[in-house]
Design a protein. Structure first.
Length: 157
DNA sequence: GCCAACGTTGGC
DNA sequence: GCCAACGTTGGC
């Protein structure tokens, strides 16, 4: 299957691209997705080798900081059953059925310069990107190959 | 800090 | 099944 491309949002105060670079093997599990649309993308469409744009949301410095690659396809997000986790899902725990999954991603290339949200907005070729649409809250979004390449270029890769 | 947009919940 | 109320996201 052809390589696909994604944008994944993270609040840098919680987990930044820098944190990913510092993680063992520059790899992390992407726990805590609690939205069915985003889950379905990870569960059904993520393939090993897919490209990821790492986006910092809810920040004064919102934007894309680097790329990553999918190194493990969807598997159960056990944090949903972990009472000590911020991502504990009481409802799912009571039913003893866990609907949530996560994937593993590995840092690929840090951008030489971050591609800020303002920079994304200024680039007419990116005008129809989902992340730039008003009210776009989906934390895992599909990205076209063209957009991925344009952004990697803007990031200095 | 404000608030618009969105997803979910629950009463009816 | 409708929809108002609510909680959350995230840009500004």
């Amino acid at each position: 299957m052809a390589q696909k491309f994604w944008l994944m949002k993270s609040e840098p105060d919680v987990f930044s691209y820098d944190d990913l670079l510092k993680a063992p093997s520059k790899t992390t599990c992407w726990e805590g997705v609690r939205n069915y649309q985003a889950r379905n993308l990870m569960r059904d469409d993520f393939q090993i080798g897919d490209g990821v744009l790492f986006y910092h949301s809810n920040s004064d410095d919102a934007g894309i900081y680097g790329t990553a690659t999918v190194v493990k396809t969807a598997y159960p997000d056990h944090f949903a059953f972990d009472k000590k986790s911020d991502y504990f899902d009481e409802d799912a725990f009571k039913k003893q059925t866990n609907p949530w999954v996560m994937v593993d991603i590995k840092a690929q290339s840090a951008f030489r310069q971050a591609v800020t949200r303002a920079r994304l907005q200024a680039e007419s070729r990116l005008a129809d990107m989902m992340v730039l649409k008003k009210g776009s809250r989906l934390s895992v979004q599909p990205v076209s190959e063209d957009h991925f390449r344009i952004i990697a270029q803007l990031g200095g890769l």
